[in-house]
Design a protein around this ligand. Structure first.
Ligand code: HEC
Length: 163
């Protein structure tokens, strides 16, 4: 026991000395290492300030969508009709409203992500990193599930290409 107390005392003295000898010296600052390279730098979208990740396909039934170069205007028209009926209440095509404006959405999100967000919003805002941030950005008001089928979501996606 005595030994232990002595050891403790010695430790205190050593510690005391060490900090004494540091006195008067300017505090040491270690510059943080910047390991990030240019390409690792996250890009944030201009609309909502959420990190853009075009490789994120979201969570839901849509795994892969092929987008032909030319816009299918008939499909876009069909999508516009569905959009006006189900989405317009919260989404103005070109202006931020209750939710983000869909204009330019395909430049900040992958088409699969957009379709999964339309079909499976509850799971998306709970688990997807982008959707989770959007939910915070939009004051916790969640995107509504409108019971949209994959086919209808694809038509809406085509309409978004025309905005
Ligand atoms: C009750 C309001 C509401 C309705 C109705 C609604 N949304 Fe949303 N939507 C939101 C909100 C709010 C967000 C932002 C994320 C969040 O808070 O959940 C969002 C996010 C989105 C996003 C992601 C946008 C981005 O910039 O990443 C898409 C795409 C979207 N909605 C499409 C639709 C479509 C298509 C419909 C119609 C089928 C629809 N929404 C209906 C409120 C709504």
């Amino acid at each position: 026991m005595k030994k232990f107390v002595l050891l403790l005392l010695a430790a205190f003295i050593m510690f005391g000395c060490a900090s004494n000898s540091e006195k008067g010296k300017p505090p040491k600052f270690k510059a943080p290492k910047i390991a990030k390279t240019e390409e690792q730098e996250p890009v944030y979208d201009k609309v909502d300030g959420v990190a853009v990740d075009m490789n994120n396909k979201g969570i839901g039934p849509v795994k892969s969508v092929t987008i032909p170069e030319t816009i299918d205007m008939a499909l876009a028209k069909e999508g516009e009709g569905i959009y006006n009926a189900l989405c317009l209440a919260c989404h103005r095509p070109t202006q931020k409203f209750i939710g983000p404006a869909p204009k330019g959405v395909l430049e900040r999100r992958s088409p699969e992500w957009v379709m999964n967000m339309i079909i499976n919003p509850e799971k998306m805002v709970a688990e997807d990193p982008i959707a989770k941030k959007l939910l915070i950005e939009y004051n916790g008001s969640p995107m509504a599930n409108q019971g949209v089928t994959e086919e209808k979501a694809r038509a809406i996606l085509e309409y978004f290409r025309t905005l």
